[in-house]
Design a protein around this ligand. Structure first.
Ligand SMILES: [Fe+2]
Length: 186
């Protein structure tokens, strides 16, 4: 089928982790990533956005959506949460959305903007507040994919959210609810 939109690059990856604090420490201290922000997810889960360049996030950690131990770790679950492909701008993003819909690909979350400007301010729209336009769908094996554009930049040394507008994000960080369940269709 004809190509009708261009993907620029793999922009970020989401990873599910079984011990959130251990992994957060490892990715920031051992791998040297910078933490952009961390928020609660569900009853006792969390989500952390980390970066190694000026993008708001390059790697996102999610609490693994089920109780796992060494025996159950691979029973229907794996470490990959999602792979996100960046497109150049809103125009290209709209082309991608239209094209995938035309091809009958179910859009399982979104289209949305990740931030307080997202529709109705629903928690699932927040997703770290990066400002990205985004939608999610699956490949034939059920791997979760995202196409996004216009993620904000957070240079090293800068705070997110910036103090001048931190109140827009609320006194309490948004709880992202059962996001993993939503994304995985449970
Ligand atoms: Fe993402």
């Amino acid at each position: 089928m004809a190509k009708s939109f261009d993907i620029s690059r793999v922009g970020h990856v989401g990873i599910q982790v079984t011990d959130f604090d251990r992994s957060l420490h490892w990715y920031t201290q051992t791998l040297g990533l910078t933490l952009t922000g961390k928020w609660p997810m569900g009853e006792d889960g969390a989500i952390a956005f980390m970066r190694f360049n000026e993008d708001h996030h390059n790697i996102v950690l999610f609490t693994h959506p089920t109780e796992v131990d060494d025996e159950t770790r691979n029973l229907g679950y794996n470490g990959l949460q999602h792979i996100a492909m960046e497109v150049a701008d809103r125009d290209e993003w709209l082309k991608a959305l239209a094209d995938l819909r035309r091809k009958g690909v179910p859009i399982i979350l979104g289209p949305m903007i990740h931030g307080p400007e997202g529709s109705m301010g629903a928690p699932a729209n927040f997703m770290g507040g990066s400002g990205s336009r985004s939608f999610y769908f699956k490949d034939p094996d059920g791997n979760l994919l995202e196409i996004y554009s216009e993620m904000m930049k957070v240079p090293n040394g800068d705070l997110f959210p910036r103090p001048e507008y931190a109140e827009v994000f609320g006194a309490r960080p948004p709880d992202l609810g059962n996001l993993s369940d939503t994304l995985q269709g449970r």
